[in-house]
Design a protein around this ligand. Structure first.
Ligand code: NAP
Length: 495
């Protein structure tokens, strides 16, 4: 059976430091916890393509691997297994590094393909992913920290042992619960206990919980994916209290952000899948990191969904909103001409200060047409980011230029959205309905998160955030639904 293994991690060190450690093919016995001894055959240097490393693991197993390609410019190398006591046939792996932020972090992608006997494929996939790749990430982090004389993160084993007692405990917490669908008042704050994290989970004490429009739709019962009674909220930021079994690369005390299609974040403490957690770099506050979902949605709208060239025109509905104000800043930084709709003059001023060249005050979603045509000299916009569902969709399509694209990212009331494809044929238009969670099932898109954090660190994007104590979530929802907020809204536990 053919097996693919892909793992990635962010290393808290500059790319040149990480690369210096990795590019020497025989150096893994210095940083990888599973490798006992390693040397190059024929006394070759560790960066000679074609060279073979012979190494033994701590359990005594012996391997030979050959370096197939190495590029200092691209920070990548590939290698294959020549001899192994395990049935890892035709094993070829690639390590690739990328700088991810101005703050000097490195994104490490490690992937391989091999064939394995059917009955051992799952076991070998897990072994390679965890014991080789994820333990390798942790090992290199420890190695670099020691080298720099930085305080070391606890090793996984030590941390797990120290936390063994705590992990059995249920911790008291407060959570907002929706018993039956309805208005903001249906959310009530109650006492809950949070069990120890299960396998591949971490337990987090949350510090900032974003409010997203989807939470309102869940609470109102107009969007699937929320079971009653339930706790709303699809993202959070906080500090890891403890980690479950089979968690690699995350430790108690780490500051992380996550987003998850499974609601439940309106709480002081919760368990989430470790795979969804992304370390928050220094220079990004917890409150700013709480723009994760909206920020990466902005990023994917501008890179994965439709790639507008510099100088192209984008129209953003509700440009003064949570997503809107981040998207306008990101679009502006790419050289796009930004038009946005808002409902008040105050919001127009707010968005003008945040990258929107032409805020249009509209009484309803359809009345932007004449203004859009005036601003674009009758050509229409190249890209329309639409969040009002069926309302105004036909007007949006009428405002698109030839080859224009409309991304339908939301609807306010859960109405059906009929689409007449013959309208698209008139000017070779395209329409998409992207959902951010679909893009983040694949960790390779985590790069967008690092781009977002880098833009926040460099102040290319300055989030505007209104904070409410967790206990006042109903008030926060009311203000959003009454269109009184500008920027994003966040809940702060303990506030
Ligand atoms: N597809 C995805 O993956 C994805 C991801 C994130 C967000 N979204 C969607 O993007 C949109 C923005 O999300 P957000 O969380 O940042 O919310 P938001 O834009 O901050 O929502 C509040 C704003 O929406 C505008 N609005 C328009 N019609 C409204 C109505 N009937 N009721 C209340 N507000 C209305 C208001 O701005 P004005 O008063 O200026 O009109 C209001 O200030 C939502 O539709 C959301 O579902 C989709």
């Amino acid at each position: 059976m053919k097996v693919s293994v892909i793992r990635s991690a962010v290393i808290d060190a500059r790319i040149d430091e990480v690369w210096a450690a990795l590019r020497d093919f025989k150096s893994h016995d210095r940083w990888h916890p599973a490798v006992a001894r390693s040397r190059m055959e024929n006394d070759l240097d560790g960066d000679v393509v074609g060279g073979v490393r012979r190494f033994s693991l701590t359990d005594g197993a012996e391997f030979r691997e050959q370096l197939l390609r190495l590029s200092d410019r691209e920070h990548t190398f590939s290698y294959c297994i020549l001899d192994s006591p395990l049935p890892l046939f035709d094993y070829v792996a690639t390590v690739r590094l990328r700088p991810v932020t101005d703050g000097g972090l490195t994104f490490w992608d490690w992937r391989s393909q091999f064939r394995a006997p059917d009955h051992r494929a799952a076991e070998l996939e897990k072994m390679v992913g965890q014991k080789i790749y994820e333990d390798g990430f942790s090992g290199l982090r420890r190695f670099l920290a020691e080298k720099e004389g930085r305080p070391q993160l606890p090793g996984h084993k030590e941390a797990t042992a120290a936390l063994a007692t705590a992990r059995d405990e249920h911790l008291p917490s407060k959570a907002l619960v929706v018993a039956s669908a309805g208005g903001p008042e249906v959310m009530t704050l109650g006492d809950v206990t949070v069990p120890a994290p299960g396998p591949r989970q971490v337990r987090i004490r949350q510090t900032a919980i974003a409010v997203n429009y989807i939470d309102i739709q869940h609470r109102r019962g107009i969007l699937a994916g929320f079971d009653l009674p339930g706790t709303p909220g699809v993202e959070g930021v906080g500090v890891i209290i403890d980690v479950g079994d089979q968690v690699n690369g995350l430790f108690p005390g780490d500051r992380v952000a996550y987003m998850s299609r499974k609601p439940g974040s309106y709480a002081e403490i919760r368990c989430v899948n470790a795979d969804a957690c992304i370390p928050v770099p220094a220079g990004v506050s917890d409150i700013d990191a709480s723009t994760l979902l909206k920020g990466v949605t902005a990023g994917l709208l501008l890179s994965r969904v439709f790639r507008a060239a510099p100088g192209a025109t984008i129209l953003i509905q509700a440009v003064a909103g949570g997503l809107g104000h981040l998207l306008s800043q990101w679009a502006k930084s790419m050289g796009l001409k930004v038009i946005g709709t808002v409902s008040t003059a105050n919001k127009a001023k707010f968005s003008r200060d945040r990258g929107c060249d032409y805020p249009i005050v509209v009484a309803d979603d359809t009345s932007a047409t004449s203004e859009v045509m005036r601003i674009t000299n009758g050509l229409g916009v190249d890209y329309w980011v639409h969040s009002s569902g069926a309302r105004g969709l036909n007007a949006a399509l009428a405002c698109l230029s030839r080859f224009g694209h409309c991304a339908v990212i939301g609807d306010r009331n859960g109405q059906v959205m009929p689409l007449d494809v013959s309208v698209l044929k008139q000017r070779s238009l395209t329409v998409s309905a992207p959902v951010c969670f679909d893009y983040f099932d694949d960790r390779s898109n985590f790069l967008l998160v690092h781009q977002l954090f880098a833009k926040i660190q460099s102040r290319t994007i300055i989030p505007a955030i209104e904070a409410f104590p967790l206990s006042q979530a109903s008030k926060a929802h009311s203000r959003i639904e009454n269109r009184q907020t500008m920027g994003a809204v966040v809940l702060t536990p303990g506030g």
